[in-house]
Design a protein around this ligand. Structure first.
Ligand SMILES: Nc1nc2c(ncn2[C@@H]2O[C@H](COP(=O)(O)OP(=O)(O)OP(=O)(O)O)[C@@H](O)[C@H]2O)c(=O)[nH]1
Ligand SMILES: [Mg+2]
Length: 200
């Protein structure tokens, strides 16, 4: 994918706030601090277009970005951060579920897992919703720079077991080394083509 322009469009919590569904859309989901914003920045070759922070749980809104005026990228709010107020936590499920269920131009969700963590209940809940609403899923294990190459397969095993997905389903990614960037783009492009074919 050639990056000619990349910009923030808007934030919102409910369908009335979403931009028009007039182009393919790819969303990024995963627990707070897993590296969603970092992944989007690497894909877009921008240092900090999507705000990344070492304070988890900052991004509590659905954030829409435009690429080349052709593709919409969505940074979904994270979950699982203990210090987020209960009221905000309770909004996460309905907000994300409504988005997944109603967004007709959504081609796929890139679902991120931290290579060093066993998936949490919310991760599994999200996988269930994606299946229920027939949203194609691109699983990614991120922060792979934190484990040695030899340990990667070993670290992936419990993640694959907990999710019920095969180890090969996960693209290893690092925002530091940019390992996996091309593969994630390829999978996104395949998902966009598949969605276009379904419309024909
Ligand atoms: N070592 C390493 N650190 C990473 C990687 N990706 C993200 N980080 C760091 O992890 C922290 C969280 O990254 P974010 O991209 O802000 O995570 P997020 O999923 O967007 O978090 P929320 O917006 O709070 O849901 C930051 O300090 C990043 O620098 C990675 O691939 N490797
Ligand atoms: Mg973020």
């Amino acid at each position: 994918m050639q990056i000619r322009s990349a910009e923030f469009v808007k934030s919102g919590t409910r369908p009335a706030h979403y931009p028009p569904a007039d182009r393919p859309e790819i969303a990024f989901a995963g627990r707070s601090n897993v590296g969603k914003s970092s992944l989007v920045n690497v894909l877009l070759q921008r240092k900090n277009l999507v705000r990344t922070s070492s304070t988890p749980g900052r991004t509590q809104l659905i954030n829409f970005f435009d690429l080349n005026g052709e593709l919409s990228l969505v940074d979904l709010p994270g979950y699982g951060f203990a210090k987020v107020p209960l009221a905000v936590k309770q909004q996460w499920g309905p907000m994300v579920q409504t988005y997944l269920k109603s967004r007709e131009n959504l081609c796929a969700v890139v679902l991120l897992f931290d290579v060093r963590r066993v998936p949490a209940d919310e991760d599994l809940k999200l996988l269930d919703w994606l299946e229920e609403y027939n949203v194609p899923t691109i699983p990614v294990v991120t922060k792979v720079d934190k484990v040695s190459r030899n340990k990667l397969a070993q670290q992936l095993k419990p993640i694959a077991e907990a999710t019920g997905l095969p180890v090969e389903a996960f693209t290893p990614f690092s925002a530091l080394s940019r390992q996996g960037r091309d593969e994630v783009w390829e999978r996104i492009e395949v998902a966009i083509e598949a969605a276009a074919e379904e419309l024909e």
